[in-house]
Design a binder for this molecule. Sequence first.
Ligand code: ADP
Length: 483
Amino acid sequence: MTVVRDVPKQLFIGGGWQDAESGRTLSVDNPATGEELCQVADASPADGRHAVEAAVTAQAAWAATPPRVRSEILRRAYDLIIARTEDLALLMTLEMGKPLAEARAEVAYGAEFFRWFSEEAVRIDGGLTTAPDGRNRLLVTRQPVGPCLLITPWNFPLAMGTRKIGPALAAGCTIVLKPAPQTPLTSLALAAILKEAGLPDGVLNVIVTTDAAGVVEPLLRGGKIRKLSFTGSTQVGRILLAQCADTVIRTSMELGGNAPLIVFDDADLDVAVEGTMVAKMRNMGESCCAANRIYVHTSVADEFATRLATRMAALKVGDGTEPGTDVGPLIDNAGRSKAHDLVRDAVKRGATVLTGAELPEGPGCFYPPTVLTGIAPDSAIIDTEIFGPVAAIRTFDTEDEAVTAANDTEFGLAAYLFTQKLDRALRVAERLESGMIGLNTGLVSNPAAPFGGVKQSGLGREGGRVGIDEFLEYKYIAVPVGA
Ligand code: ADP
C-alpha cells in the first residue's frame, strides 16, 4: 500500500529520523486481516533519553518563539492534514480497523484541535491588579510548563495525538510523544506533517516502543519532564500517577469510562435509538465515552430494545477499507476475547441475546453488534469497560433509581440521557457524576469543549478554552509602587 510505504518507519528525534539504538523493530498489523503492514523502529530506554534531551534542548527557543509563529505552524499543519484526509484516513483504517467513513470523520475531528489551538496560541492572557493594600501591583503572566511527555492510546490514532500536541505547542512546550505500539503509523505521519509545516527541530519527538513501562519510567524519574499527559486505562494511569508523585510532575489523565445511558419514558424514541447507536457504535465501541450501561424505563424498554436490535443487526461488519462497512474489526484478539467473555458471563447469569454474540469464523478480530437484555446485577459487563460493539440493557422504574444506578461506578467520564422534559434533563444532568453529558445526543466529543472525567476517569481537561491551561504555569510578579 502506498500510504504505508510513504510513512517514515523510524523514531523522530531532534528533527531527524533514526533507527532504534538497539536496531530492533516492531510489527504493525492490520486487525482486519491479521497480516503485517510493516516494521517500525522499537525504542529502548536510551532512545527515550535522547528524545527527552532533544526536547529539553529545544525548550527555551520554542518558548521564546512568538505566539503568532507557533500559531501559524499549527494552522499550516491543520491545512496539510485536511489536504491529506484520504491518505490519513486509510492509514488509520489499516492500522486500527475503523471503517473509512469513521476514519475520515476522525481526520476532521483530530485536525480541528490544531486549528482550535492555533487560535488559542495568540490569546494566552495574564493580568495586572492592585493589591488590597493599594501599594502593590500584582502582575500575573503565564509561561509554558516545559518539556512534556504525551502518551496516547490506539483507539483514535490521530485525534488523541492532536488533542495533546495542539495545546502543548500553542503554549510553547516541547514534546516527547509515545503513541500506542499498535498504531504508530498515524503519529509518525503526523510528525512528518508538523516538520513540513515548519516546526523547529526537537520541538516534537516521537518514540514508538513495545517496552512502554521500561522506556517511560526512567523518563518520568529523570527530572527533565515537567508534564505528563496520558490517555489510556485507569490501571496504567494509577501506575503513572505514582511515578509522577515522586518527582512532582504535573499530570493530565484521561482514563477509563463506564458511561451510563438513560432513556426516560418521555424520551423521543427515534432520537434515543439514534443517539444510542452513536454512543455505542462509534469506533466499534472502542471509545472511553462509549455507552457501557444502558438503562431504559420499564414502560418503553421492550420497544427500545427491539428497535435497537433491528438497527444493530442491520450493520455490515467487515474490513474497514471495503465500501459499505459499518463495523470494522476490534484492535486485537485480546480485545475481542474480552468482549466475548463479558457477553458469555452475562448470558450465563440470565441475559437474553436479541442479536449478535456469536464469534465469527475466519481471520480478523471481528465481533458482531450485540444486544443483550435482562442483565443480572452481578454480571461483569456492568462494571467492566466493554470496548466492543455490545449493548447491555437494564430497566428502571424511577428517576432516582436510574441516577443511583448510573452513579454506582468508580468511573465518571461521559453519561447520556434522553428525555424531552427540560426540568428533568437539568435535574438529572446535575446529579450525574460525570465530566461530560450528552443530552439527547450520543456524541460529546468536540474540540471546542472541555473533555475529561471525574472520579477515577481522570484529572484535567482537554480541548476547549481550558485545554491550553494544562500546559501553562502562572507566574506572579510582585511590584510595589509606593503609597
Ligand atoms: P489500552 O488497554 O487501551 O491499550 P493502556 O493504558 O494499556 O490502554 O495503553 C495506553 C498507552 O499507555 C499506550 O501508549 C501504552 O503503550 C501505554 N502504556 C501501557 N503501559 C504503560 C506503562 N506501564 N508505562 C507507560 N506507558 C504505558
